[in-house]
Design a protein around this ligand. Structure first.
Ligand SMILES: Cc1cc2nc3c(=O)[nH]c(=O)nc-3n(C[C@H](O)[C@H](O)[C@H](O)COP(=O)(O)OP(=O)(O)OC[C@H]3O[C@@H](n4cnc5c(N)ncnc54)[C@H](O)[C@@H]3O)c2cc1C
Ligand code: FES
Length: 279
């Protein structure tokens, strides 16, 4: 990208309200200029700044995988000024995407290893990208067993249902989807994500775990992995610090000496253990 502040113009090609509370909405975005699609060369785990003219920009994880073509997918929680404005936009509207930004999941280092992916709530976005990427015929042979554990409070809060239902039918991924409490009509697992992790008991030998979710999920999931013998170097997480520039200039996202936007958002737990607890 010549000017790192220049957003690429994109058109909203499709939207989908993902959750029954209507808080989360997915946006499929197509580049207006095919050359921009070429230039936007991303890897699972990265994020982008979504911009709405006159309102500002917000960092959002890229939920699509590069293996799915040039269309980008983002899923946005309606929390404040920019995300509300985005939720009011329609198919055909034009907006901006700046990026790709940040580092990615260590997909190269994960080759030859078993991979455990644990997601809570809408933190599943970049993990969707990662699973899609790993399951692609060009990549699947590079990884050992893939275990996906994903939970939300209720069935209506689970994102990407078509996608994980499809994964559940495959025999090359162990897919466990859970909700907190029994609900009529739900045919899947019931129980908190940490409890399901305890039951599945993923083994640490030659394995890497990617864990993303709300702080409370992380707080109770980590002891489960500790008990199973996982080391801090084997656990990879993604931070969502407040950001502005996204490129290591404004100094708004720092945790100690690290810029979350540039050195992260992906860090191993071992790296985070050495940082001040500001995240
Ligand atoms: C790397 C990264 C990836 C992210 N991926 C996603 C994603 O896939 N989907 C998604 O919905 N959100 C994601 N977020 C969070 C998202 O950026 C914020 O929710 C968003 O900036 C809110 O903007 P707003 O203008 O709508 O809200 P504002 O009006 O700015 O703020 C409203 C509320 O949001 C909180 N907030 C503002 N900025 C952030 C932030 N960066 N992180 C957490 N809370 C914030 C504020 O504390 C406030 O309570 C990600 C953040 C980062 C840094
Ligand atoms: S967001 Fe500006 S330095 Fe990270």
């Amino acid at each position: 990208m010549d000017n790192p502040y220049r957003p690429y113009p994109v058109k909203i090609s499709k939207t989908l309200v993902e959750t029954e509370d209507k808080q989360l909405k997915s946006f499929w975005l197509d580049f207006l200029d095919p050359a921009d699609a070429q230039a936007f060369d991303y890897t699972p785990g990265q994020f982008a700044e979504l911009s709405v003219s006159g309102y500002g920009e917000i960092p959002i994880g890229i939920a699509s995988s590069p293996t799915e073509g040039d269309t980008l997918l983002f899923t946005v929680n309606k929390v404040g000024v920019v995300s509300n404005r985005l939720h009011n936009m329609n198919e055909g509207d034009v907006m901006g995407v700046r990026g790709p930004l940040g580092n990615s999941y260590p997909l190269k280092e994960m080759e030859g290893k078993n991979v455990v992916i644990v997601a809570g709530g809408f933190a599943v976005t970049t993990l969707r990208s990662t699973v899609t990427w790993m399951l692609h015929p060009d990549h699947r042979d590079k990884y050992g067993d893939i275990t996906f554990i994903y939970g939300a409070r209720t069935p209506g809060l689970l994102l990407y249902e078509d996608q994980w239902r499809e994964w559940q039918k495959r025999d090359d991924i162990n897919c466990h989807v859970t909700i907190d409490r029994e609900v009529e009509g739900w045919d899947g697992l019931v129980g908190f994500v940490p409890t399901v992790c305890e039951e599945v008991a993923p083994q640490p030998d030659n394995a890497v775990a990617l864990i993303c979710g709300p702080p409370v999920m992380i707080r109770f999931t980590q002891p489960v992995f500790d008990k199973l013998g996982w080391q801090a170097e084997q656990i990879v997480m993604s931070l969502e610090n407040r950001m502005k520039c996204g490129i290591g200039i404004c100094g708004r996202c720092n945790v100690g000496p690290e810029y979350v936007c540039k050195d992260g958002p992906v860090f191993t737990k071992a790296q985070l253990d050495n940082l001040p607890a500001e995240y």
